[in-house]
Design a binder for this molecule. Structure first.
Ligand SMILES: NC(=O)c1ccc[n+]([C@@H]2O[C@H](COP(=O)([O-])OP(=O)(O)OC[C@H]3O[C@@H](n4cnc5c(N)ncnc54)[C@H](O)[C@@H]3O)[C@@H](O)[C@H]2O)c1
Length: 373
């Protein structure tokens, strides 16, 4: 049972990711957290969440919509893990609600830059609310280790960041919302915001312009929903130029089940090169001076992780970090903030527009008010 010091959570959207948050929060119970309510209109999702909560001995109030959950006043923190196209309205309702609720919102922040900007503006007027964006790939142990190495200066000034994601196709979701760009923001927003966020971190710079080529070449072609064939791309190359002169490249393939690693990251500076591999959980570092013979292979692990879940422990660490910010009562900003959420979406949107138009697209262009209706 929750006592007065317990940080009480509500989860809005308890599909695959919402239940993953529920399990992660259960593994944080010794830190004084409890999930006390959920909101989801889909009875099978409600049922699966209820079964989990009962197995954790957590009494759970169930709502079918987020407004009832907010009005109940039952929780202090909400996790938003609903389909991407619903994030905007749900976030605005949370931010404009008289009772302050801290928010962890799943990526992407919203499906359009205009909506992200409206959320950023609204949140600015609520300094009593902390908002963290679920860009949790930063916390995967090999990625976190490479970030630490890069920030420590071992590789020198970063010039090139290449990220390869070679994986399985998009999974089936409730009501197949993830099959259409209008719901997801497009593949390069929906999932690749994670990688654009990492590029920005490694490059220590903001993006200037984006060029991309991509298509739906293999997956989903024989699927039809309400008479419509999915329009989401399943492979792409994306080049990102950063303000400080460094460049990023994303190589995305979603029909590459035959891969040892799902993600491979290479960061090259003027002194050395670092690589991270997921799920092998290794990091390699070397310098130009020491050459191939000097390359070290390091195992990456984080013994704070009590639950690996679907994302190699990164969701657990994401919650641990957000809880730290919440307990800091305003002295500690969330590690992944709304600006990170906005820029990662802007790069994805620029990449989608580049594919449609066959040209470089500037970030200024997609951030421009006129294009943000
Ligand atoms: N961080 C990550 O790596 C990661 C991984 C997977 C999914 N996600 C994100 O999590 C979110 C949810 O994805 P998912 O895979 O769980 O999808 P899902 O389809 O499995 O679950 C979505 C749930 O939200 C519910 N829902 C729909 N509209 C709602 C509303 N207005 N209010 C409350 N509930 C509503 C649905 O009924 C469903 O149960 C998406 O934004 C997705 O991009 C993030």
């Amino acid at each position: 049972m929750a006592d007065k010091d317990t940080v009480k959570y509500g989860i809005i959207g308890v599909g695959m990711m919402g239940r993953e948050h529920l399990i992660n929060l259960h593994h944080l119970r010794s830190e004084g957290v409890a999930v006390v309510c959920i909101a989801d209109p889909h009875p099978p999702s409600q049922q699966l969440a209820l079964e989990l909560a009962h197995s954790f001995n957590w009494p759970l109030k169930v709502f079918s919509g987020h407004k009832e959950l907010l009005d109940s006043g039952l929780c202090d923190v909400v996790v938003v893990s609903t389909p991407n196209m619903t994030h905007y309205q749900i976030l605005m309702d949370i931010i404009n609600h008289p009772k302050p609720h801290h928010v962890l919102v799943e990526k992407p922040l919203c499906t359009t830059v205009a909506d992200c900007k409206k959320v950023v503006d609204a949140a600015r007027k609520r300094p009593d609310i902390l908002v963290q964006v679920g860009l949790e790939y930063r916390y995967m142990p090999p990625v976190a280790k490479l970030i630490q190495i890069v920030k420590g200066g071992t590789l020198g000034q970063v010039k090139m960041v290449a990220i390869r994601e070679h994986r399985f196709p998009f999974l089936v979701k409730v009501n197949n919302w993830n099959r259409f760009n209008a719901n997801t923001g497009g593949t390069l927003v929906e999932k690749c915001c994670h990688f654009f966020d990492l590029m920005r971190l490694f490059a220590s710079s903001n993006p200037l312009r984006v060029m991309a080529s991509g298509a739906m070449d293999v997956n989903h072609k024989d699927e039809v929903y309400d008479g419509k064939v999915p329009d989401i791309i399943d492979n792409a190359y994306v080049i990102v130029d950063f303000e400080n002169g460094s460049r990023g490249m994303l190589d995305l393939c979603m029909f590459a089940e035959g891969s040892k690693n799902e993600q491979g990251i290479s960061v090259v500076g003027d002194i050395g090169k670092g690589e991270a591999f997921v799920p092998e959980s290794i990091v390699r570092i070397g310098t130009r001076e020491a050459g191939r013979a000097g390359v070290q292979t390091l195992k990456a692990a984080d013994d704070r992780i009590k639950y690996d879940g679907l994302h190699h422990g990164s969701s657990y660490l994401e919650h641990l970090n957000f809880l730290f910010a919440i307990r800091g009562k305003g002295t500690q900003a969330p590690e992944v903030d709304l600006q990170d959420g906005l820029i990662s979406v802007a790069i994805g949107v620029a990449a989608q527009v580049s594919i449609e138009t066959g040209r470089f697209v500037t970030i200024e262009e997609v951030l421009d008010e006129l294009n943000c209706k």
